[in-house]
Design a protein around this ligand. Structure first.
Ligand code: ZN
Ligand code: ZN
Ligand code: FE
Length: 745
């Protein structure tokens, strides 16, 4: 990988052992030629492996002996720009300790300089225009280094040797503060002035590493509510940035794994359990038991905190579900009316990249959104193969480019619901190919004919393959776990187009990338009005009642709603879609319990139902019935709905209903896995799909399946939600090119 300080490290080691030779980057990795006594060479090799810099990742070392030639010293050669570039671009890396000390040291020439960086930290992926990763090909090309920076850049013993974004106040990018109308404010210290604004409760748009954030003081309830209002974000939780670990520990429970993640060079948002929230505005993350927390990762962020400001809401600057804003002009235009001030700079962001979101469950860090800090580091595959591009799905879209043994998965692109998102998608999909100089032999898209990503694939003039959504989920889970044999996949999510045209989403598939058999699925339920029932779970609830009862019972959730037209749709079977979705089942049960009749963001009702359980699963279950229909097991949904209704009518608390409902799902899937395993002898179970972001369901199921002796595969490198399906699609694409693909049946 370039830009992680590997060459200066090797130089230092070689010099220390008085070895001679050279190191240089080549198109296929690093080439080191070194001569000296064999004992020193052994030491040299050992040190390479043991003491490599924190961000360097050595995949393999190939050694061979060659004849001696006369050499004077050890030198760092310039990069050769081969025809094929394989050297990887590193992700954007959080501020390192050394730079942080310099930033805060009044005697340092970069004191309070918001663009301080070195070979161990700083922006990478977001500033790269093309390979090789050299300054002229980054968005730093407009800044000429001053003599002092230049000297650091060329000194192999300096921490800034070949640090491409190297800069200082004399020669590098600068901050500026603009008022709400975009007029520059004349201030001497823009960051300090922005802090004053924040303290007054104002909304500051600030340009960070991968795009703009909107920041407000998280202790100021009024300010947070104003941000919600202006951004058109009613209830979806905001992420916060906390000044330091002491502040985090004050508000949140913290495990060792969570602590490591927060402080890692990737510096993601980690969803932490709330401990004490007094002092924080309740509208930061209303109703949630967790808070999305990150630590300051860019030098600019450090300058925003002081004794008075220790928690900031930091949310991607966009309107509702559009992609985040990354350019200055765009920010002034699109954030007008939202931001009270703009803290910007003149280092362009070439590629926007949101913050990554993670959660620590069942002993591992899991991605909910894999973006800044992780992208474009590859996910390693078991096998080599042709170049294939997976275009992802419709929600939480990512694209995946397979090249050799690397799966290069894009940053989170977002929901393909608007033109902005589609433009971002197009940009990323083509940029990835240019950046890694790989032209796909095959494009793989979702089977859904209406997806924008499918439409894009059809226009590309390349061989195509449409892949079933849940098959892609299964293949994704197997690929990231490097498992090639058959597995029983429990795939639970909201929506995926089935091969029969119905909406799938509660599936047990047995197979691998080559193909899969639909062993079991939820009983199909009618969804009146399709998408309307997704946004309004009470409509879904009516559909589920309609299928489960001959006379629809009168329930509290119906109060004040005009249910007749919906029932009419169901009776006449007009715009009614059959679904085996697990997400919709959660929605329906949440609505039946009067928890959430409408939602303002995806998954809101399901989350409300999970939260109602308060982290505890029930001991008793609703009825869990399996029926076999022409070679497929049907997990009966209507008895569950009947039992939930009976419980609601008896006045059983939502807490208990939720706990029992979760227990029911765990029992159903345990039963079905036993059947599948007995029928096939397969002992490996793969869990995928957005529903597994439900901590209660996920952790219980993992625990019980493992206890029962199964090998359980889960996602930790890519999201279990639709952010992970591009990987699965691409891997299936390779099986197709190899002539092994037989689809789903
Ligand atoms: Zn640094
Ligand atoms: Zn300089
Ligand atoms: Fe999905």
């Amino acid at each position: 990988m370039q830009g992680v300080g590997f060459r200066p490290f090797v130089y230092r080691v070689a010099t220390e052992y008085a070895l001679k030779g050279f190191i240089r980057n080549t198109s296929s990795g690093v080439l080191i030629e070194v001569q000296g006594s064999s004992s020193l060479l052994d030491k040299f090799c050992r040190t390479l492996k043991q003491d490599a810099p924190p961000l360097a990742r050595i995949e393999t070392i190939d050694e061979c002996a060659i004849g001696c030639i006369s050499e004077e010293a050890f030198v760092i050669g310039s990069s050769s720009s081969g025809a094929e570039v394989e050297t990887l671009i590193p992700p954007d890396i959080a501020l390192c300790c050394d730079c942080r000390s310099e930033l805060l040291d009044p005697r340092n020439r970069r004191f309070r300089y918001p663009f301080i960086n070195c070979t161990n930290c700083g922006p990478r992926y977001t500033i790269v225009e093309r390979l090789p990763y050299d300054r002229p090909f980054t968005s730093m090309h407009g800044f000429t280094m001053c003599p002092e920076c230049e000297q650091e850049y060329h000194d192999p013993l300096d921490r800034r040797f070949h640090a491409q974004p190297n800069a200082c106040p004399v020669c590098g990018p600068a901050l500026s503060l603009l008022d709400s109308s975009g007029k520059p404010c004349s201030v001497t210290d823009a960051a300090a002035e922005a802090v004053a604004f924040l303290k007054q409760g104002r909304i500051v748009a600030l340009k960070g590493v991968g795009g703009f954030h909107l920041a407000v003081d998280a202790r100021n309830g009024e300010a947070v509510r104003r941000l919600r209002e202006r951004k058109g974000r009613e209830a979806k939780p905001f992420a916060v940035m906390m000044r330091d670990m002491a502040v985090v520990q004050n508000f949140c429970e913290l495990s060792e794994g969570e602590c490591t993640a927060l402080n890692s060079p990737e510096a993601p948002i980690v969803l932490l359990k709330k401990k004490k929230i007094e002092g924080l505005s309740p509208s930061v993350a209303p109703l949630h038991d967790r808070l999305g927390v990150m630590l300051p990762y860019a030098p600019l962020h450090i300058l925003l905190f002081n004794d008075e400001i220790d928690v900031l809401v930091m949310t991607s600057a966009n309107f509702s579900e559009e992609p985040m804003v990354n350019e200055n002009d765009e920010a002034l235009l699109r954030l007008k009316g939202i931001a009270d001030a703009f803290l910007m700079h003149n280092r362009p962001i070439h590629l926007k990249c949101d913050d990554s979101v993670t959660i620590h469950l069942s002993g591992s860090l899991r991605h909910i959104r894999r973006s800044r800090g992780y992208v474009p580091a590859p996910v390693y595959l078991r096998e080599d193969g042709p170049v294939v591009l997976g275009t992802g799905g419709e929600l939480k879209n990512t694209v995946a480019l397979l090249k050799g043994t690397h799966a290069l998965i894009s940053q989170h692109i977002g929901d393909m619901k608007n033109y902005e998102a589609y433009r971002h998608f197009q940009h990323v999909a083509t940029h990835l190919q240019h950046l890694f100089q790989a032209t796909p032999e095959l494009l793989v898209h979702d089977l859904h004919p209406g997806y924008m990503t499918t439409g894009w694939a059809l226009k590309q003039n390349l061989p195509l393959l449409g892949v079933q959504h849940h098959h892609a989920h299964l293949a994704s889970c197997l690929a990231e776990n490097k498992v090639e044999r058959l597995a029983i996949g429990i795939i639970l999510d909201g929506t995926g187009y089935g091969i029969d045209g119905a909406i799938w989403g509660g599936e047990v598939l047995i197979g691998d990338a080559d193909g899969a058999h639909r062993f079991a699925s939820f009983e199909p339920m009618p969804l009146p009005g399709g998408d309307a029932a997704v946004e309004q779970p009470w409509r879904a609830a009516l559909g589920y009642l309609f299928r489960s009862f001959s006379t629809i019972p009168d329930l509290p959730f119906m109060k004040g709603r005009t249910i007749e037209p919906v029932l009419e749709l169901l009776q006449k079977r007009v715009s009614v879609y059959e679904t085996s979705s697990c997400g919709r089942l959660f929605d329906a049960v949440a609505a039946l319990c009067s928890l959430q009749g409408e939602i303002t963001y995806e998954g809101e009702a399901a989350i409300a139902l999970m939260l109602a359980a308060g982290g505890t699963i029930g001991s008793s279950s609703f009825r869990c019935a399996l029926e076999e229909h022409s070679g497929r097991w049907i997990i009966k949904v209507s008895p569950i709905i009947q039992d939930v209704v009976a419980a609601v009518q008896k006045g059983v608390s939502v807490v208990d209903i939720s706990r029992r409902f979760h227990r029911t799902l765990v029992n159903c899937f345990s039963d079905i896995i036993r059947k599948a395993s007995e029928a096939t002898g397969i002992n490996t179970v793969a869990l995928s799909g957005g529903v597994f972001q439900n901590a209660l369901l996920f952790e219980t199921l993992v625990c019980e399946l493992e206890k029962a002796g199964y090998r359980v595969l889960t996602h930790s490198l890519v999201p279990s939600n639709d952010g992970g399906i591009s990987l699965g699609q691409a891997v299936i694409g390779r099986s197709y090119l190899a002539g092994r693909y037989c689809g789903i049946h």
